[in-house]
Write a new protein. Structure first.
Ligand SMILES: *[C@@H]1O[C@H](CO)[C@@H](O)[C@H](O)[C@H]1NC(C)=O
Ligand SMILES: *[C@@H]1O[C@H](CO)[C@@H](O)[C@H](O)[C@H]1NC(C)=O
Ligand SMILES: *[C@@H]1O[C@H](CO)[C@@H](O)[C@H](O)[C@H]1NC(C)=O
Ligand SMILES: *[C@@H]1O[C@H](CO)[C@@H](O)[C@H](O)[C@H]1NC(C)=O
Ligand SMILES: *[C@@H]1O[C@H](CO)[C@@H](O)[C@H](O)[C@H]1NC(C)=O
Length: 315
């Protein structure tokens, strides 16, 4: 028995044992490799998970993007429909708007928040906010606005040199001491209205550590220069604009108990529109103003004075 066992141990068991051991080692290696692979996948998954923002605002933002897409469309065929199809399906342009976008929605939401802040009379805010609240209240106080009627406008007109069409004898009274540059300065500095020339102080485009006076073309009464001479629908807008000017002047004359003089008012307002049309024609179209460096012509006050002859700019 012993001898057999000894034989056995020496011969075939040794061979089998060896084979089994190699097999076991291979299996162990396989197990370790598999475990390693699983582990690394698990690790990658968890790190991926921590890269994804799952806060409520992220989830809402992601949902909004998905909602505004139309994933049933093939982006290679119609990318616009794929990217914006959901938006087009869910939104209608309101009658009061000419467009409707995320920014319009944000602005509406912001206005609701601002309204809450401005109408909140329970808490005391910083002085600037308190001023805004006072201004807001004065704009909303309709009874007082109705009672004051055109009186605030008339006193402003007096400050800026009067409006000849809404006055009698402007030539003999205010006209005597009227000075273009002075009125432009008053309008700009006290009412933030830049007529005829746009003039403001801002950081120098080519050296932000110093401030310079900018002089630019003015914005016009109507939204852009095309309104003044292009045909098609603008013709209707021009007519309404003239009508508006005429009715404001007529109302102001009436409030001051002046005679109606509709023919004179109409004629003067037509002249105003004509002057504004010339100004509009002299302005550079918006599409030619994209290159900021082309608009930059720095000069000193002396040169400005020589080229434009403005009063009050002399050094
Ligand atoms: C409007 O203003 C008047 C006078 O300042 C004030 O007495 C009145 O309470 C105001 N009304 C509102 C609704 O704020
Ligand atoms: C005011 O004076 C200007 C220039 O002298 C003149 O053209 C205009 O007709 C006068 N207007 C009135 C209403 O007298
Ligand atoms: C920019 O303006 C400041 C202040 O006038 C001046 O000190 C500085 O030299 C200017 N820099 C250049 C590059 O002109
Ligand atoms: C205009 O007449 C009315 C009524 O006679 C009067 O109450 C008002 O004060 C007058 N306005 C001016 C600006 O003279
Ligand atoms: C605008 O100005 C140009 C050039 O001075 C002139 O030819 C054109 O007739 C003007 N157009 C209008 C509508 O005034």
């Amino acid at each position: 028995m012993v001898e057999r066992a000894g034989w056995c141990r020496k011969k075939s068991p040794g061979f089998v044992e060896y084979g089994l051991m190699v097999l076991l080692l291979l299996l162990l290696l396989g197990a370790i490799v598999t475990l390693g692979v699983f582990y690394s996948i698990a690790l990658r998954d968890s790190s991926l998970k921590s890269d994804i923002c799952t806060t409520p605002s992220c989830v809402i933002a992601a949902a909004r993007i998905l909602e505004n897409m139309d994933q049933s469309r093939n982006p290679c065929e119609n990318f616009y429909q794929y990217a914006c199809g959901g938006w087009l399906r869910h939104h209608v342009i309101p009658e009061t708007n000419s467009r409707y976008s995320v920014f319009d929605i944000l602005r509406d939401e912001l206005e609701v928040i601002l309204k809450g802040v401005l109408e909140d009379s329970t808490s005391q805010h910083r002085p600037a906010v308190e001023k805004a609240k006072t201004l807001y209240r004065s704009c909303m106080n309709q009874s007082v606005i109705e009672k004051r009627d055109s009186e605030p406008l008339l006193s402003v007109l007096k400050m800026v040199g009067g409006w000849p069409v809404a006055m009698d004898k402007w030539n003999e009274t205010m006209g005597l001491k009227w000075e273009l540059e002075r009125q432009l300065a008053v309008l700009n500095s006290q009412f933030n209205r830049r007529v005829l020339i746009d003039l403001f102080i801002w950081n120098d485009d080519q050296n932000s550590s110093r401030h310079v006076i900018y002089i630019d073309q003015p914005t016009l009464g109507m939204p852009s220069r095309e309104y003044y001479f292009q045909e098609d629908n603008n013709h209707k807008v021009r007519k309404a604009y003239l009508e508006f000017m005429t009715s404001v002047a007529t109302m102001l004359r009436k409030d001051q108990n002046l005679s109606k003089e509709s023919a004179m008012v109409r004629e003067e307002m037509a002249e105003v529109l004509e002057l504004e049309t010339h100004l509009a024609n002299a302005t550079v179209p918006q599409e030619k103003r994209h290159d900021v460096t082309a608009l930059y012509h720095r000069m000193d006050l002396m040169e400005l004075q020589e080229r434009f002859g403005l009063k009050g700019f002399s050094v």
